[in-house]
Each structure stands twice: as structure tokens, then as C-alpha cells.
Write a protein that binds this ligand. Structure first.
Ligand code: ZN
Length: 126
């Protein structure tokens, strides 16, 4: 399932940094991820939302990531490739609840959006 030993040639800088973080600074990164989760607030759908209007950013190790992407990748020890997106099963981009996050392709993400417009929230999700 994990394919982190492969080094795909299409990596942007944030993937390289993320890999370094996961391989070398995992403990601090996890502590950082948990502190973001603790600081977030539960809403009535079980989302953990941050007090920001846009998806929260996090700075770690001299690089800036979307907090949800950072949290997903650090807690799952998985480096998302450039053509992969961290998806929100709950369709709330401000949510950082690791249980609501899932790795997929951009095509999956579009399909989620279409399903959401057509049917409301993914029935498997709730
Ligand atoms: Zn959520």
C-alpha cells in the first residue's frame, strides 16, 4: 500500500521537504500536527475547523503547507505526490480532522464535487 520508497521524478519542492520531514523530523511534525488539531474547534458535523476563513497554513521546517495536507501526510507518514490531492470527505476545506481526509487524484476530487452537488454529502461518509 505505501509506496514511499519509490522516488517519482515529478516532485515539487514541497514534496521533497515533506519527505525530509517524514523521514527526519517526524516526531516534531506529529507534535505540530496534534497541536493544530487541539487548537481547532469541533462543529456539529464532526469537523475540526480552524478560526480562519481560508484553509489554514502551517509553517514547519522553513516551509509552508496547507494544514490539512500537512496533517494528513505527517499522521499517515505518506508523501502526497504532485498529482495527488488530500480530499475532504466532508467537503469542508477548513476542516483538519484526519478522519475526514483521504488521499486521491484530482479526478477523484472532481468526482467528489459532482457527487456532492448531485446528492449532497457522500452517503458512505456519514
Ligand atoms: Zn470535516
Amino acid at each position: 500500500m505505501r509506496e514511499v520508497d519509490q522516488y517519482p521524478c515529478l516532485e515539487d519542492d514541497s514534496e521533497i521537504r515533506l519527505r525530509e520531514v517524514i523521514e527526519g523530523e517526524l516526531e516534531e511534525a506529529r507534535a505540530r500536527a496534534f497541536s493544530l488539531i487541539e487548537a481547532a474547534r469541533h462543529d456539529d458535523r464532526g469537523c475540526l475547523v480552524t478560526d480562519t476563513t481560508k484553509p489554514r497554513k502551517v509553517r514547519f521546517g522553513g516551509h509552508q503547507w496547507d494544514a490539512y495536507r500537512f496533517i494528513y501526510c505527517v499522521l499517515n507518514e505518506q508523501v502526497a505526490a504532485r498529482d495527488q490531492v488530500v480530499r475532504h470527505r466532508c467537503h469542508n476545506r477548513r476542516c483538519i480532522n484526519p478522519h475526514h481526509l483521504e488521499l486521491g487524484s484530482q479526478a477523484d476530487n472532481k468526482r467528489d464535487d459532482w457527487a456532492n452537488w448531485a446528492y449532497g454529502v457522500d452517503p458512505d461518509f456519514l
